[in-house]
Design a protein around this ligand. Structure first.
Ligand code: IMP
Length: 427
């Protein structure tokens, strides 16, 4: 058995799509186990860009089996939109399966996402408005509707009608919004059910059997550790568990079945949405990183906040996900800077902090303590092996290893599959 989990070690958008796609070429099975269509994985193959939100990145690799696990909140509208784009491009999509235990995202979840955000006013989270939070709220409240429910028309009708009535009381009654038309939603979802039925499985059995047969399994994390509902920068988080522990419950397998964990780590730091960000650069350097790194959301198009590498964040992620190796991405974006800065610890009113604090009030009063390194001038996007990198780029990679305590096993120097330097095979 060989199983590898890929986690985002920052606030998401670390370039997971590309690394997952690269590794998926070797995987027999790729599993998405948490989150929903809030994820945005951009994969570039032969210069063609694919933005995947819900469909596992293994879909671009022909023979890989792709699983959308029970921990995902599944939005059929988003799924079919993505599917159609892939099929138009001639991508085989027969190998995508959906857990019968996954919870469904309905139009009222998206409406409520928007209404809750508006009601939060300046305290808003900055969600993707894809209905993710409200769908997980229903799941935890035990009023959610699952994929298996959708396959029984009479039972589904009863459940959804009850939910629509309750949600309309909230939408129209509490928020003064426009009530949703129940029958339209019922019809739409019954049609989705018909189209989805051939893909619906008890995917936990599929994963377990593949593992038992010694297949190579890749768990594809969405978002990043700092967005974890328990361990992230709460409340500026998503509603799922984007840490390795979340992938086992979200795929329906035992905790011992994940062996290696690769943390996808940007060579600098970005985040979308609100919340404190100690190494943020609210100046020309931040703007420069944003422009060179095309730091705009794949799902929402929002400009991302940019800052220097925060070693405390990655060290924390390594601990909570059991990261065994890093894939350092977007190193090429840092080419051309005179000096580079990596945050080694925080300074909290004169006190040194080495572990990411729980209280955001504390985090927002922390100042970064930087290690300064000289930059490199040459373009590194064509470097194929580690030895090709300029000495200062290698020194930067070494500093990341020292500060985080985790070896950098992969270095990515551009968006294409080919622009990937493997220092140590991870899968
Ligand atoms: P939600 O997941 O839409 O509820 O959004 C909650 C927070 O997570 C917001 O700050 C989002 O910007 C952030 N978020 C959700 N998905 C992603 C992602 O795939 N990458 C980066 N940030 C994300």
């Amino acid at each position: 058995m060989s199983s590898l989990a890929i986690v985002g070690s920052q606030w998401g958008d670390e370039g997971k799509g590309k690394i997952i796609d690269y590794l998926a070429g070797k995987a027999d099975m790729v599993i998405r186990a948490q989150g929903g269509s809030n994820a945005g994985h951009t994969v570039v193959i032969n210069g063609r860009k694919y933005a995947l939100h819900l469909i596992p990145s293994g879909v671009l690799n022909g023979n890989t089996v792709n699983i959308i696990g029970n921990g995902v909140v599944f939005d059929p509208e988003s799924f079919f939109a993505e599917l159609e784009l892939l099929e138009k491009d001639g991508v085989t999509t027969d190998n995508i399966y959906l857990s019968d235990r996954a919870h469904l995202v309905f139009p009222y979840h998206k409406t409520l996402d928007e209404l809750y955000e508006n009601a939060r006013g300046i305290g808003d989270i900055g969600t993707t408005k894809r209905g993710i939070g409200p769908a997980y709220m229903d799941k935890i409240e035990r009023t959610g509707i699952r994929v298996c429910d959708m396959l029984d028309e009479a039972g589904f009708r009863k459940k959804i009608e009850r939910q629509i009535e309750a949600k309309n009381r909230l939408i129209a009654g509490v928020f003064g919004g426009e009530a949703l038309e129940g029958e339209k939603i019922v019809k739409l979802y019954l049609e989705y059910a018909r189209r989805l039925a051939p893909r619906v499985r008890d995917t936990g059995v599929m994963v377990y059997e593949a593992m038992s047969a010694g297949r190579k399994i890749l768990f594809e994390g969405a978002q990043g550790s700092m967005l974890d509902i328990d361990l992230g920068t709460y409340p500026y988080v998503t509603s799922s568990h984007p840490v390795s522990g979340g992938f086992t419950t979200g795929a329906g397998v035992g905790a011992g079945l994940i062996r290696d964990v690769v943390g996808i780590t940007k060579a600098y730091t970005t985040r979308v949405g609100k919340g404190p960000f100690v190494t943020e650069l609210l100046n020309e350097t931040g703007d420069r990183i944003r422009e060179i790194g095309h730091e705009y959301g794949a799902t929402t198009g929002r400009p991302r906040r940019c800052g220097w590498f925060d070693g405390l964040v990655v060290r924390y992620s390594a601990r909570i996900s059991g990261i065994t190796g890093l894939a350092l991405t977007l190193l090429d974006v840092l080419s051309g800077f005179d000096d580079l800065y990596l945050c080694e610890s925080y300074d909290y009113h004169g006190e040194r902090i080495d572990h990411f604090p729980a209280s955001l009030d504390v985090v927002s009063e922390c100042a970064p303590v930087f290690r300064k390194l000289p930059g490199w001038r040459t373009d590194i996007s064509g470097c194929a092996v580690y030895e090709d990198l300029p000495a200062n780029a290698k020194a930067y990679v070494n500093a990341v290893e020292e500060i985080t305590g985790v070896p950098v096993k992969i270095v990515s120097v551009g968006p294409d599959r080919k622009q990937t330097i493997i220092r140590e095979e991870v899968f």
